[in-house]
Design a binder for this molecule. Structure first.
Ligand code: FAD
Length: 564
């Protein structure tokens, strides 16, 4: 291999991971030769901004171009070759074979170190009729150019978004913003799989409240050709339930799969999930080849298992780390926690770490708490509740995951919790974190502190918890559901079968409560029912607090399907 000062680095893929690796490599090595091959017509573009360009929030297409081949040449002296696809890696000769997409010309380039950052391609399962000029995927600028061209002369058209992951939901929001009649179809019983179902339920309500029709638990069976009786510009989306949705266009947001074909053909190790296997230096099974971004498998930070976590932050960090390792700065990539956030109309939904489903799959014991603290001090105008869920180890209290949904302050709480997760903190640490507070921004006990304290209460045995999903199966002969909210709150809705005693009357009315049954207390958010549980347990009653209480229970109740 050439010495570091005149190494030849070849990078496949010039967007998030590839461009980060190239820029870092140049900062470390002024004399290295760095070539980026990018199959598409743009490098270093903002894929995360694509939905907002479709919706018109980002007005200029040029705003999506973070860099261009010329700007990368000028700033970093990078040799960027767009519209050029790497078609083969000759590992023995350390050469790549490339094809210019416009001319078809093929040639080879040698490398000392090769970085693979090919990303992930949109899934297109073999559903009959899926190939259609008015069915769109969303990966790059040419994709959104097609969508915007289609939408120009299509006032009030019907768009069916297939897939309720974050790309599908961002597209649904943005297309609704453009005035289209939007329907989201999802095979699972919920959108946003990284969230647990009672948390995703807030998003269902938000979608429906904003006029987006939602079909859950109902996969697409086929896309049929429209007929004269059922006119549509794209297709009739036929669901497994038999429902037929006429669509003037379809957006496919069915998830992504790693673009690992090139690596596989070169004989590099590929994991069971289909991503390129790398070690903690991001080196592949070939010592001259590194791989980063959506194309690789990573270790899940909580379960320790191999995972595919296609996100921009990890791809950018990995690009930097791969360049460090190539240029003699040993550097480790640890794990990925899947920290993500989505805006959906007026809500933000964020998550980090594991959810209940992944913990169960990995057989990791956990306890869950829900709370609904205000985004900032209640006495200062404009606070909104945040639905906050944290998962933690029942023995040590180690934080395992967090999910938050609300109108304000979700991003800051999820980022604090993501930092805590990375640091291996426990719920006791959360209770003790010193976080910035002034009334417009937070509370003296920040929601993150409150989450830690609520979890501590459970760990210390001060309160036993009941979960929203067990309420329906409670046996009234052994359990009494106790509503401790005010009469006004109860008048706006309550859990069927519950007995009502407002918290402030509880001490005087203890005689009305049974001693031979367990009591499950609830209020609006779980805070007052915790106080009720403390009163009752000290008076000898068997009691649990319904964590998240009425708000969590109500959010998780089945909602009516809406029609566009
Ligand atoms: P990419 O950035 O996809 O780059 C890979 C590039 O490699 C592609 O341009 C491709 O053309 C090129 N390529 C592939 N094969 C070859 C080849 N053989 N030869 C030459 N070039 C090749 N993540 C977030 O964290 N937050 C978000 O809000 C967010 N929003 C998103 C919205 C959309 C619509 C999309 C599509 C993605 C979003 N992501 C988001 C995900 C994020 O963009 C990816 O995780 C990240 O871009 C991955 O970086 P990468 O370098 O692995 O792949």
């Amino acid at each position: 291999m050439n010495k570091a000062s005149n190494k030849r680095l070849v990078i496949v893929g010039g967007v998030a991971g590839g461009a980060s690796a190239a820029a870092r490599a140049r900062r470390l090595c002024e004399d290295c030769e760095i070539i980026i091959f990018e199959r598409g017509p743009h490098v270093s573009f903002a894929n995360c901004g694509l939905p907002y360009f479709v919706g018109g929030e980002i007005v200029e297409q040029d705003s999506l171009l973070v860099q261009t081949p010329d700007s990368l040449k000028a700033r970093f002296n990078l040799d960027v070759r767009i519209k050029t696809e790497v078609i083969r890696i000759d590992r023995a000769a350390r050469r790549v074979r490339v094809r210019e997409r416009e001319t078809g010309r093929e040639y080879e380039e040698a490398y000392d170190a090769l970085i693979l950052s090919m990303g992930a391609s949109p899934l297109k399962p073999p559903i009959p009729g899926i190939e259609n000029p008015n069915h769109f995927t969303v990966r790059d600028i040419p994709d959104v150019e097609k969508i915007t061209a289609w939408s120009k002369d299509c006032r009030g058209c019907r768009v069916v978004v297939v897939g309720g992951g974050y790309v599908g939901l961002e597209m649904a929001e943005q297309l609704r913003r453009r005035g289209f009649a939007v329907t989201v179809v999802e095979a699972l019983p919920q959108v946003m799989a990284p969230l647990d179902p009672e948390m995703a339920a807030w998003l269902h309500e938000e979608l429906r409240g904003n006029g987006v029709a939602l079909h859950l638990n109902d996969p697409v069976a086929s896309f049929e050709r429209p007929s004269e009786q059922e006119p549509a510009r794209a297709s009739i989306v036929v669901l497994k339930s038999g429902q037929r949705l006429p669509a003037d266009s379809v957006v496919l947001g069915l998830g992504v799969k790693p673009e690992a074909g090139l690596a596989k053909e070169a004989g590099l190790e590929i994991g069971k999930l289909g991503g390129i296997r790398v070690d903690d230096h991001l080196q592949t099974s070939d010592p001259h080849i590194w791989a980063v971004g959506d194309a690789i498998e990573v270790h899940d930070g909580v379960t320790g298992q191999w995972a595919l976590i296609p996100l921009a932050g990890p791809a950018n960090r990995q690009g930097r780390i791969a360049a460090d390792n190539i240029l003699g700065r040993p550097s480790h990539y640890e794990q990925t926690w899947g920290t993500a956030i989505l805006r959906l109309f007026s809500l933000a939904a964020g998550c980090t770490g594991a959810n209940e489903k992944s913990l169960r799959r990995a057989a990791i014991p956990f306890q869950a708490i829900h709370l609904h603290p205000g985004s900032h001090a209640g006495y200062y105008p404009g606070a909104h509740p945040i639905a906050l869920k944290i998962l933690f180890a029942p023995d040590t209290g180690r934080l395992l995951g967090a999910q938050a949904i609300g109108r304000e302050g979700v991003d800051k709480r999820i980022d604090v919790l993501a930092t805590a997760l990375k640091a291996g903190m426990t719920v006791h640490d959360l209770a003790e974190l010193e976080l910035a507070y002034a009334p417009p921004y937070g509370s003296a006990k920040d929601p993150v502190n409150l989450a830690g304290m609520a979890a501590q209460n459970a760990l210390d045995g001060d309160v036993a918890l009941a979960q929203w999903n067990k309420v329906a199966s409670l046996d009234p002969s052994t359990t009494l559901l106790l509503d401790v909210r005010s009469s006004d709150e109860r008048a706006r809705g309550f859990i069927p079968g519950s007995t009502h005693i407002p918290l402030d009357e509880l001490r005087q009315r203890l005689s009305e409560l049974p001693r031979d049954r367990e009591i499950i207390a609830y209020c609006q958010s779980g805070q007052r029912s915790y106080i009720a549980a403390r009163i009752l347990s000290q008076r000898g009653f068997r009691v649990r607090n319904l964590t998240g209480s009425y708000r969590t229970w109500r959010a998780a109740q089945p909602q009516e399907e809406t029609q566009p």
